[in-house]
Ligand binder design. Sequence first.
Ligand code: GH3
Ligand code: MG
Ligand code: MG
Ligand code: MG
Length: 337
Amino acid sequence: MHATAAEPQQDVGFLPALPDGMDHRVRVLAAEDNAVYRTLLRAMLTKWGYDVVMAHDGTEAWQILQSPDAPRLAILDWMMPGLDGVEICRRVRSAGREPYIYILLLTSRTESQDLVAGMDAGADDYLLKTTKPPELRVRLRAGRRIIDLQEKLVRAREALREQATHDSLTGLLNRASILEHLQDELARAGRQDQPLCLLMVDLDHFKSVNDTYGHLAGDAVLREAARRMKAAVRRYDAIGRYGGEEFLIVLSGCEREDARARAERIRAAVAAEPFAVGAQSIQVTTSIGVACCAVSARLAPDALVRNADLAVYQAKSLGRNYVAGAGCAPQDPAVGL
Ligand code: GH3
Ligand code: MG
Ligand code: MG
Ligand code: MG
């Protein structure tokens, strides 16, 4: 990439013209204020199979790097008008954003302490402008490997988080997560003087589903019940599997009348049509307990869960396929608040 008057048309195809982005094209930002280098960079990178995003100065480069779909690889000229390459490195790193952006600084400086300063600012690598194109090409490949590894790491971390917080059978939040959510939402409701209601949903006679159709059919019923319930709640209501065939639904900012209506909708959604499991058609119903924490009431999560549990018990005793609990049937024994 050494572009001087003597060799303005340096052969950029020194390595075979096989694109480096064989599996997927990789976008790379090339920021360079010198028109000759810019043309050269674009030609090389395009030939190597990269999708090139060019910036003419540091300010433009920084703007591009701030966008949500910024290239993951950046080649930055050290000396540019506006922001220089080192300052851009510093800003990118202090923003601490993900996904990681791999930065290669391009410099005509040779003083070692300058290079140390560049690396200190967060550059991953640097190259002198006198370096031959094949070296830039392999250094970029090294950068791509880092980016690919980091992407795998992020995916693995997300999969682990999903596993740790969700129930593997139904895909709903697991017991620990729904209880943690309840605790957080109760605290928030207290701070903001908002009501909060909790639904506990228990499948009726579920043991007999297992006994009649087998455990695998029982699992399929749990999955379908979870799907129907999730479809019946709002996107910002949290739903989790509390135990075997018991579920909790946290309704933030919800008054008791509203919670009862919501519970009724969930009950109807499950009972509406029999579940098709293999060749079987299985009728499933639920008993739902409603517990409310009114504005200004200070209830601990345990107390709310206990009230919802008592309300489920009441719904069972009233014949199942039923909604019971706080404010639902004033003549009933005081359940909930
Ligand atoms: P009730 O109407 O009083 O709630 O009766 P029930 O049969 O639903 O309640 P019970 O507590 O007697 O039985 C719950 C059953 O749920 C027993 C247990 O084997 C089953 N169960 C718990 N977890 C799972 C699971 O992950 N898969 C399957 N297939 N069954 C499960
Ligand atoms: Mg420059
Ligand atoms: Mg139960
Ligand atoms: Mg049950």
